[in-house]
Ligand binder design. Structure first.
Ligand SMILES: Cc1cc2nc3c(=O)[nH]c(=O)nc-3n(C[C@H](O)[C@H](O)[C@H](O)COP(=O)(O)O)c2cc1C
Length: 332
C-alpha cells in the first residue's frame, strides 16, 4: 500500500531512528512536544527471526501513543520480508509504516552487508524492498545516505530511483556519505537532487537543529518532510520550534532550566517504571537534558553513579538548588 494522499503533510516533522536513544518514553516525549511521527531504533530482522526478546522490546509502544515507524535492518530479502510481516501483525494499528535501514555506517553492521553496505549493492537493496513490499500491506520506505564515500561519489539519486522502481513508497536521505560517519556537513544539495530524481515523497535529514534550519532545508530541497535526530536528544522542544517555523508562527521560548529538569524527571520516572534496569542507559539522556546549562559539569559526575529514580532526582534537584542559590547571590 502506498501512503495515503497528504500523509506527509500531516506527518511533516519526524523523529529519526536512533539506536540506543529512541526508547519508548523518549519517543512519547517527542510526540508530546510536537513530533508528528517517531521512529523506533533500527531493529535486526535476524534478531527478530530468532524471537529475541530484547529485539522485540525495541518496538514496544505505550498505550495511547500515536502510530510509530519501525526500522528494520538486515540483508536477506526473505528474512526481512518475513520479519516485516511479523512486525505488521504484532504492532497492528500502532504501526505507521516500515523503513529499511540502508544508511548505517557502523562497522559491525556494514561488515555483514547490512545498513549502508546496501548502497554498494543496489540490486540486493531493490530485492529487499520488493520482498518486503510484497509481504506487508503498510507503506515501505528506505533510509540511506548521499552515497558510500566521497571517493566513490554521490549515488543517492540513482539509488533512490532504483528503490522507487523496486516499490519504495518514500525515501529518507541523510546528506552525508556513509564513510563520513558524522564528519563534515550534511549536503542539502544531495537531498534536492534526490527530490528531482524521484516522484515518491522524500524525507530530508541531516544537521537540522532548529526551526530556521528546518525551513532552510525544506526551501532548498523541496523535501516532503523533515527528519530530526541528534538535535532532539535532551531537547524534544526542537519539534515545537520546527513546527512553528514551518507554519510561519512565532518561535516558542526556549525551555527554562526548570522545564529541562522536569522533562528529565519525566523521562527517568516513566522509563524506570517500565524498564527497571535502564538506569545506566538513562544517564546519557539526563546529561543531554542539562546540556549547556550551568552546573552541567557538576551533574555529570553525580549522574555517573545514579541507579535509582531517587538518586537521579536528587542530582536534578541539586542542579536547580545551585541555580537558585546562585541567582539569589547575584540578586536575581
Ligand atoms: C546515536 C545515534 C543512533 C543512530 N541510529 C540510527 C538507526 O538506528 N537507524 C538509522 O537509520 N539511523 C540512525 N542514526 C542516524 C540518524 O537517524 C540520522 O540519520 C543522523 O543522525 C543525521 O540526522 P541528524 O543530523 O538530525 O542527527 C543514528 C544516529 C545517532 C546519532
Amino acid at each position: 500500500m502506498a501512503f495515503p494522499a497528504g500523509f506527509f503533510e500531516d506527518h511533516h516533522v519526524i523523529l529519526a531512528p536512533m539506536a540506543g536513544v529512541s526508547d519508548l518514553i523518549f519517543r512519547r516525549l517527542c510526540e508530546e512536544q510536537g513530533a508528528d511521527l517517531t521512529f523506533t531504533e533500527m531493529v535486526s530482522a535476524k534478531g527478530l527471526s530468532y524471537a529475541n526478546e530484547k529485539t522485540r522490546h525495541l518496538m514496544d509502544v505505550l498505550p495511547g501513543t500515536a502510530e510509530v515507524g519501525v526500522q528494520i535492518f538486515g540483508h536477506e530479502p526473505k528474512t526481512m520480508a518475513e520479519q516485516a510481516k511479523w512486525i505488521e501483525d504484532a504492532l497492528g494499528e500502532s504501526l505507521a509504516y516500515l523503513d529499511i535501514n540502508m544508511g548505517c555506517p557502523a562497522r559491525k553492521i556494514v561488515k555483514k552487508g547490512d545498513g549502508s553496505a546496501l548502497m554498494n549493492a543496489p540490486e540486493l537493496a531493490a530485492d529487499i524492498v520488493n520482498a518486503v513490499k510484497r509481504a506487508v500491506s503498510h507503506p515501505v520506505t528506505c533510509k540511506f545516505r548521499r552515497g558510500w564515500s566521497e571517493e566513490s561519489g554521490e549515488s543517492a539519486s540513482a539509488f533512490a530511483y532504483r528503490m522507487q522502481e523496486a516499490g519504495a513508497d518514500a525515501v529518507a536521505v541523510h546528506g552525508r556519505f556513509a564513510m563520513q560517519y558524522y564528519k563534515g556537513a550534511s549536503d542539502a544539495g544531495a537531498i534536492a537532487r534526490v527530490k528531482e530524481a524521484v516522484s515518491i515523497p522524500v524525507i530530508g535529514n541531516g544537521d537540522v537543529t532548529s526551526g530556521a534550519q528546518a525551513r532552510a532545508l525544506k526551501e532548498r530541497t523541496g523535501c516532503d518532510a523533515i527528519m530530526v535526530g541528534r538535535a532532539a536528544q535532551g531537547n524534544p522542544w526542537v519539534f515545537a520550534d520546527i513546527k512553528a517555523a514551518l507554519a510561519d508562527d512565532v518561535a516558542p521560548s526556549p525551555p527554562t532550566l526548570e522545564e529541562r529538569v522536569q522533562m528529565a524527571r519525566r523521562h527517568i520516572a516513566r522509563l524506570l517504571a517500565v524498564r527497571p534496569h535502564a538506569a545506566a542507559y538513562l544517564r546519557k539522556h539526563a546529561m543531554w537534558y542539562l546540556h549547556g546549562c550551568p552546573h552541567a559539569a557538576f551533574a555529570r559526575g553525580q549522574l555517573a553513579t545514579c541507579k535509582t529514580q531517587e538518586e537521579f532526582f536528587a542530582v536534578l534537584d541539586g542542579v536547580l538548588d545551585r541555580d537558585l542559590t546562585e541567582g539569589a547571590a547575584h540578586g536575581a
